[in-house]
Design a protein around this ligand. Structure first.
Ligand SMILES: NC(=O)c1ccc[n+]([C@@H]2O[C@H](COP(=O)([O-])OP(=O)(O)OC[C@H]3O[C@@H](n4cnc5c(N)ncnc54)[C@H](OP(=O)(O)O)[C@@H]3O)[C@@H](O)[C@H]2O)c1
Length: 219
């Protein structure tokens, strides 16, 4: 698949490593420009590009930048993507450590719904509670005992299937957490966030979530 990755940090870098290793055609972008991505490109074979070009022709685009940077993405950055592009959002709202106050989220809007509104496109929420090193260290073949499962939320069922199939290829099971209105169940501070478990454990953790945002996760 042609995959665009916007953000080349902990998560974006490791997704670039694994997705290129699986044979996908990966373009990767950061905020400082392609000339700062030569080491990652040499290591992985990914193509470093400006953000404006990252989604060009892509069937999957991963947005994996700090939440507060999402409004800075160039307008129309998804315009050249495949018509049915699946956009993965790995983001989390860290008001105290990084992102500052975002009023709509403080008022209860699910974080990925906020991102959808910023970029003007539906997203599939995935990897947001996954330790970045686990992307390299935890993959296991389908059916292996103890295979880690990741929760996935999104309203676009076709896009969600593309993402779940890709995560399976990456070596993880998935649990469908429903649409974006339910995506708070996998946000920071919930039982599933950062929890390494199999399908049944992840399902139970999603069920055990409560919607209040705790003090640690408020501005
Ligand atoms: N770290 C984890 O284990 C983890 C796990 C799950 C989810 N997450 C979430 O995933 C997101 C990314 O986390 P991370 O730890 O990978 O971040 P990170 O290591 O800080 O990397 C952020 C990347 O985003 C790029 N970036 C920032 N602003 C940008 C912009 N306006 N346009 C294009 N690229 C931009 C940065 O580029 P420059 O370096 O050039 O500025 C950098 O490559 C966050 O929302 C985080 O909460 C992180």
């Amino acid at each position: 698949m042609k995959i665009g990755i916007i953000g080349a940090g902990n998560i974006g870098g490791n997704l670039t490593r694994r997705l290129t290793a699986l044979g996908h055609d990966v373009s990767v972008a950061n905020s400082r420009g392609p000339h700062t991505l030569t080491a990652l490109a040499e290591e992985t074979g990914a193509t470093p590009v400006p953000v404006e070009e990252a989604a060009r022709g892509a069937q999957v685009v991963v947005v994996t930048i700090p939440l507060k940077a999402v409004p800075d993405l160039p307008k129309g950055f998804l315009d050249g993507a495949a018509e049915d592009v699946a956009v993965i959002d790995t983001g989390n709202y860290y008001p105290q450590q990084r992102d500052g106050r975002i009023a709509e989220i403080e008022d209860g809007l699910p974080e990925s719904r906020w991102t959808e509104r910023q970029i003007g496109h539906p997203v599939v929420k995935a990897f947001n509670g996954t330790y970045s090193d686990d992307i390299l260290d935890k993959p296991q073949p389908k059916g292996a005992p103890g295979r880690v499962a990741l929760p996935v939320s999104g309203d676009d069922e076709a896009a969600k299937k593309v993402v779940r199939d890709l995560i399976d290829e990456l070596g993880f099971d998935t649990v469908d957490n429903g649409g974006q209105d339910e995506s708070w169940r996998q946000q920071p501070g919930t039982p599933v966030y950062g929890h390494r478990g199999g399908v049944e454990e992840i399902r139970k953790a999603l069920e055990a979530a409560t919607p209040e945002r705790t003090a640690d996760w408020r501005a």
